[in-house]
Design a protein around this ligand. Sequence first.
Ligand code: PRX
Length: 656
Amino acid sequence: MSEATEVRVYEPSAELVRNAAVSGMDAYKALCAEAERDYEGYWARLAREHVTWQTPFTRTLNEDNRPFFKWFEDGKLNVSYNCLDRNIQAGLGDKTAIIFEADDGTVTRVTYSELLVRVSRLANALRAKGVKKGDRVVIYLPMSIEGIVAMQACARIGATHSVVFGGFSAQSLRDRISDAGAVMLITSDEQCRGGKNIPLKPIVDEAFGMGGCESCKTVIVYKRTGGACNMVEGRDVWLHDVLQGQADTCEPEWVEAEHPLFLLYTSGSTGKPKGVQHSSGGYLLHAILTMKWTFDIKPTDVFWCTADIGWVTGHTYITYGPLACGSTEIVFEGVPTYPDAGRFWKMIQDHKVSVFYTAPTAIRSLIKAADANEAVHPKSYDLSSLRILGSVGEPINPAAWEWYYQNVGGSRCPIVDTFWQTETGGHMITPLPGATPMIPGSCTLPFPGIQAAIVDETGNDVPWGQGGILVVKKPWPSMIRTIYGDPDRFVKSYYPADFQGRYYLAGDGAIRDAKTGYFTITGRIDDVLNVSGHRMGTMEIESALVAHPLVAEAAVVGRPDDLTGEAICAFVVLKRSRPTGDEAKQIANELRNWVGKEIGPIAKPKDLRFGDNLPKTRSGKIMRRLLRSIAKGEQITQDTSTLENPAILDQLAQTL
Ligand code: PRX
């Protein structure tokens, strides 16, 4: 049977069901029914049980100014207090909070008490530098304890952080600093990945050199490697210097539940990346709940999420969720393939990781490596500590799911295939490990309380078995609050007029299984690409390409890729004649590097082709559907009679 038609159901083991936080499907259904009966009462109960409030809330949901929903609005809390102080008060002060493994294998452990001291000292230092509640602080740091401390320190004083992934270019960093009007930047001299030291601070200097970062008066630099580092007088200060003499305690800033905890820039289908704004109270609640229900986190667990703090997964499942639950977690600086492709398995073995959360792309690349070399195959390691596996960021194909299940999980660990987005703050559709029977390739059922549905263009429900548009019918606590500085774009992007503004539009297509009602995500329905779980807008890449002096026009589409899920394919028209042979290869390389510099290496087109023109209708519209077929190497069977220039198709079909 083909991969697509074979359906195997994997039931959770009796032991898991017995001990899980959500024990069995009846417990799952009871939670869903509670939310159905009394939606606000359900979330209010959970928010009271799982979050520590300094001032209790009396109003659960305010829909007066929809879609700008407010949750728990008159409640006050501090997220860092919830992650640190309350665990210490509960007796976890000496428990290891973070096991940090550096690229070179050096391991550093930090207890909850030590972490609170580090966060407090930095929080005091930020205050001393004038950072106040509501100020934006950009964090451009590698995976490090310092990165988590920086985020928590912002949360402690009510500053809103905006983490920029360390792989983003100077241009991307500049745009984010400028859009957020950040008052401070926290960075490091270099980062270590795969045995190499990669300079980071020079990128910061380049970003400042572009102009637009004038709001940012202070740059704090963490000395990671001691490599050469230019310090600008009056602006740049070393982290170890600003920490000097700071007190070990720091009174948290009690903020309203709606206070923006962070901005995180992500790609949309049009224009520049948008600053997704999250709240404090509702966001924290969902981070905690999903740790407890999706990962069934227990006090004895060692949790490892392999994401980077530059992405939302790293926010919710490294910086906030695990710490708010008093867990011990792994933080990893390096890459899965260094010193060899057995690194993940060795780390799981060494640290006795019990809950492991990674991305399908990583799994697929490690399958390839394990097939080629037995020494890096998971079976060469003792992975018996594992009890739950997770997947995130892109669809996991059934073959990768099976391999992960059998070889990593020893056919005993459930896989939670968690569907969610930067905008949703935490898991939306996912199995619960002690309840939901799993079907490879399906993210199964909505998290209890999340009103996910599939509708047609007019907003009407489509029957199970029929594909449609994924929406969420009711607001939920951890949802995006706005796009920073652009509320209109928020409304247009997520509460479009097509559905009379009733539903949150996820931007993905989905289908529910005709029998089980299980959800399968069929991919983005807009011009957003997902390459190795990294989200990118086709327009962003096109803008980067046309900014090159040689380029007249460019169109970017995605095509399926066995390893990265989707790959970027760019069709380019130059201002000069169409290049061929070696010259074409050389210009293509130059353009790839250019995109790498404009956005970041993850945005470099894998496939780049030149044409005298692009396939356009007589009215001048680029026919992307044709470009997608060409990128896939398909025969063109579509009607091309409306094309201005059909001859162009053969030209574009030629790879370099
Ligand atoms: O297309 C969906 C895909 O990733 C998109 C969200 O990307 P981002 O905001 O970067 O967040 C990624 C980490 C939460 C979604 O619109 N996606 C995410 N998880 C899954 C997925 N597609 C299928 N299955 C998933 N489990």
